[in-house]
Ligand binder design. Structure first.
Ligand code: BV8
Ligand code: ZN
Length: 243
């Protein structure tokens, strides 16, 4: 059963002792970060597999880096929005709280969220494709052809591409938090990328209540107890009793 009921969502959150959240690109949209599949979507023109897969990188590393450097430059001038800030406040209110994100922009951490699991890595870290050295290049402008300083091989963004395994520890933690929670918030994700999308069903099976926040319906909407149609930057502060 699902109905668009902010009041019930607010009451459930006020009473919850254990909350797990899964976010997608939609929570960063109001910060000015383009989503992937929306009309202004990042995938527009090129296919996801061209820009976010090992084969795509092997075929054309310049094109992939052009895309990731453009996204890094965009992130240099954006800030967390009220949705990110509301989730950081929720963490301070709830005894047991875990934030699982598919986003690679680290805006949750910038907003003050502490207990965060990044299922798809992050855009600031880079890894060597040969010696596998890892470098933190947060807010650093990278060259068009980033090379490893010790072995001169191509660097790659520290993100999980299509066809790549998610970091096992991150996925295990995300599943444990989802199985344990009494309230699961599914916010700003099109719920079509696996295994992240599967967490909503795990939450449902673990007899948690599922609340979705999204301006549009998604494949997960039918399993949500409450599905709020709206923007996370507007609805989350209201659910926390601000606006
Ligand atoms: C895996 C890189 C095991 C990082 C991303 C064939 C070959 C190989 C694999 C597969 C295959 N077929 C299927 C698969 C599995 C595949 C998959 O799920 N494909 C989908 C497309 C069907 N998954 C994988 O490959 C994963 N690995 O399975 O490994 C394996 C190994 C080998 C072989 C087989 C299996 C890896 C998945 C990670 C891929 N990496 N990106 C980066 O550059 O960012 S995925 C990409 O999509 C992003 O990371 C993003 O996180 C993710 C999900 O997108 P969303 O976050 O949901 O964003 P989206 O734009 O889609 O939606 C935004 C939503 O927000 C919308 O609903 C919109 O309505 C809403 N919204 C908009 N504004 C707001 C809002 N909501 C609230 N407020 C607003 N203001
Ligand atoms: Zn190297």
């Amino acid at each position: 059963m699902r109905h668009n009921d902010l009041t019930e969502a607010r009451e459930l959150l006020a009473r919850a002792r254990s909350v797990t959240v899964l976010t997608g690109a939609g929570v960063s949209a109001e910060s000015g970060v383009p989503t992937f599949r929306g009309s202004d979507g990042l995938w527009k023109g090129s296919s996801a597999l061209e820009l976010a897969s090992p084969d795509g990188f092997a075929r054309n590393p310049h094109k992939v880096w052009e895309w990731y450097n453009l996204r890094r430059r965009t992130l240099l001038r954006v800030r967390p929005n009220p949705g990110h800030l509301a989730l950081a406040e929720l963490e301070r209110r709830v005894p047991e709280f875990g934030l699982i994100t598919q986003n690679v922009d680290r805006l949750h951490q910038a907003a003050g969220s502490k207990n965060v699991v990044e299922l798809h890595g992050n855009i600031w870290e880079v890894r060597c494709t040969a010696c596998h050295a890892v470098f933190d290049r947060t807010a650093v402008e990278l060259p068009a052809e980033p090379r490893c300083e010790s072995c001169l091989a191509w660097l790659r963004p520290g993100v999980v591409w299509f066809g790549e395994m998610l970091p096992p520890a991150a996925l295990q933690t995300a599943e444990a938090w989802t199985e344990r929670c009494e309230l699961f918030l599914l916010i700003g994700t099109s719920a079509i990328v696996w295994p992240a999308a599967g967490l909503a069903s795990i939450a449902k099976e673990s007899c948690a209540k599922v609340i979705e926040i999204n301006p549009e319906e998604t494949p997960a909407t039918e399993l949500a107890d409450i599905s709020l149609r709206g923007k996370s930057g507007e609805l989350l502060p209201r659910i926390l009793g601000h606006a």
